[in-house]
Design a protein around this ligand. Structure first.
Ligand code: N01
Length: 547
């Protein structure tokens, strides 16, 4: 890619206008006084919350901590209505942030970045879009989301289907009318378990096509009490500080008791209390070893299986819903509203496709187990090509034209999940190798945006032209991420954390599981040691010879 005469010169290009892109634009423009433009595929801000508008879409971090902390006045002003924030409310919040900080004027909507190539002669990135824009920028920063590349499985016959079909991750903006319709939902991950109970209330009949049964705990979602929010607001600094140095980006004290030290009666009582309370407290507030030790985990897994047997009236359906092939929380932990209860409805049928996989999609519906299920609508709640998929869809090339997708062909290799050796001045907000999806995202996003803008500030103040991760530091980081992952339960399930949901994707654990506090400490240490593990160049780079 060469730079034609019409190339626009900017300091920085940012990809995406979700939480990450919005804050990145704010920092670079208002703190560093840079010229910056964000490119966003959608026609408005919101990222994940712009695209995922399926029925029941809601975040499972408490609303008071699923927001930006940088705007302290807004923290005091904003009134969340629910214990967990619902998609329309989060979208309203992000629109408000964009307006309040006048961010839209530096965001180009309806524009997809198609290519970004690093030019070693100038130490600048040449960025191209599907609208024909060409931009030269010193810094190239991605805020493209970890779960933004939707995955519709390649099932034979989809093109012949005569009904309507949708993926939860790119839901129509004016909604879908399920009233009285025969609906099929394929997939029972986070999106499926949120959508299924809501669709069941509207559909004539709902068929759920389940490949892997899930563990899910009641969310006990409710409207939030104003007195509770006021109390939170009175000690927000302390709450944010706790979240920043925690395991998962939530203001939670780690529990020290072990499930293996407790008697069966004590365990039962604790699990019962937390089940009644709802939310992720069941995982984080029960016993420390549920997420770390298989025998401890078995006690929690069995408790949930027992709840399924108790809640679901039809024993055959209950049996099909029992998760037995992976431990609780080895996949993304889920919380729900009336998920298991939904299977007691007369208009809901669970179809087990583990043993009888979908054979084909026909013009009329779905064929499995020799039976054809006639459907007016199919909902694919089948997830995403997580963490790397959104990068793969852009032609990103570093030194000597080396493609990022080739560098990552055996799994993503990054330094700190923020930078790549061979790709100077490119920064990733919550990239693979950082805590990202294992944390409350706004906490991780703010940390990365602040770290990146501080690094850029450091470069500008000291006249550096390029900042690049050292290959050895990167190698060590990748090894460290794998070592930590091997000590967890996460490698015991086929999950998108490991790329297992995408045929042919290398099986590599992608996020960093040691926790946001430990990770923050490491990132701070890198800075304190003079950006340890990075090369900082003061001169214009010479054109490189051969690789
Ligand atoms: O996707 P998933 P998701 N045939 O990959 C099934 C975040 N999120 O969109 O388990 C049949 O979890 C697949 O089956 P199996 C959150 O991080 C957060 O639900 O692979 N079935 C599985 O059941 C989450 O983890 C929130 O056997 C097929 C489902 O589809 C992430 O997004 C809400 C199939 C996919 O589940 C992704 O969640 C929503 C096939 N060919 C999402 N391919 C909250 O904050 C896949 N499946 C609450």
């Amino acid at each position: 890619m060469t730079a034609p005469a019409t190339t626009k010169e900017l300091d920085a290009v940012v990809l995406g206008a979700g939480f990450a892109g919005l804050y990145m634009v704010k920092r670079l423009r208002d703190m560093l006084g840079m010229s910056v433009r964000a490119f966003e595929t959608g026609d408005n801000v919101g990222g994940t919350w712009y695209w995922n508008r399926y029925p029941g879409a809601r975040c499972d971090s408490p609303s008071y901590i699923y927001c930006f902390s940088f705007d302290k006045e807004l923290l005091q002003e904003w009134e969340w209505s629910g214990k967990y924030p619902e998609q329309p409310e989060i979208l309203r919040y992000l629109n408000h942030v964009a307006d309040r900080h006048d961010l839209r004027k530096d965001i180009q909507f309806n524009t997809k970045v198609t290519a970004a190539h690093f030019d070693e002669n100038t130490n600048r990135w040449l960025v191209e879009t599907d609208n024909g824009d060409r931009i030269s920028a010193k810094y190239f920063i991605t805020g493209i989301g970890c779960l933004s590349a939707g995955q519709v499985p390649n099932i034979k016959g989809l093109e012949t289907y005569q009904g309507d079909w949708y993926h939860t991750g790119s839901w129509p903006h004016d909604g879908v009318d399920f009233e009285g319709k025969r609906v099929g939902v394929i997939g029972t991950g986070s999106s499926g378990i949120q959508a299924i109970p809501v669709i069941a209330e509207q559909a004539g009949h709902l068929y759920v096509f389940q490949r892997t049964p899930q563990y899910t705990v009641p969310a006990r979602h409710e409207t939030v009490d104003k007195a509770f929010l006021d109390e939170i607001k009175s000690r927000y600094d302390e709450i944010w500080d706790k979240a920043r140095w925690s395991q998962g980006g939530q203001p939670i004290d780690p529990v020290e008791r072990s499930a293996l030290d407790a008697t069966p009666e004590e365990r039962q009582q604790i699990y019962e209390e937390l089940w009644k309370e709802g939310g992720h407290g069941f995982l984080f507030g029960s016993f420390w070893d549920v997420a770390a030790d298989r025998r401890a985990n078995d006690t929690a897994s069995e408790f949930i299986r027992e709840k399924i047997r108790e809640i679901v009236k039809d024993p055959d359906t209950a049996e099909k819903l029992l998760p037995v092939d992976h431990p609780f929380a080895s996949k993304r932990p889920l919380i729900d509203t009336n998920y298991y209860e939904t299977y007691n409805r007369d208009n809901v049928t669970l179809v087990d496709i583990r043993h009888d996989p979908i054979e084909e999609i026909t013009p009329k519906g779905v064929r499995t187990g020799g039976e054809e299920y006639e459907l007016d609508i199919i909902v694919f709640a089948t997830g995403f090509d997580a963490m790397t998929g959104a990068f793969d869809r852009i032609d990103i090339r570093g030194r000597q034209g080396y493609p990022l997708r080739e560098k990552w062909s055996e799994g993503p290799k990054t330094y700190l999940g923020v930078a790549n050796a061979g790709f100077p001045n490119m920064f990733m907000i919550t990239g693979p190798g950082s805590p990202s999806v294992l944390s409350n995202m706004p906490v991780s996003i703010e940390q990365h945006v602040e770290w990146i803008s501080d690094a850029i500030d450091h470069m500008e103040k000291n006249g550096y032209q390029a900042m690049e991760a050292d290959p050895d530091a990167e190698k060590e980081w990748v090894e460290h991420v794998n070592e930590v992952a091997d000590q967890t339960m996460f490698t015991l399930a086929d999950s998108w954390y490991l790329g297992a949901n995408i045929p042919g994707k290398p099986r590599v654990f992608m996020p960093y599981p040691a926790g946001v506090g430990i990770y923050r400490e490491k990132c701070d240490e890198v800075v304190a040691n003079g950006y340890e593990g990075f090369h900082l160049e003061t001169k214009q780079a010479e054109p490189a010879a051969t690789r």
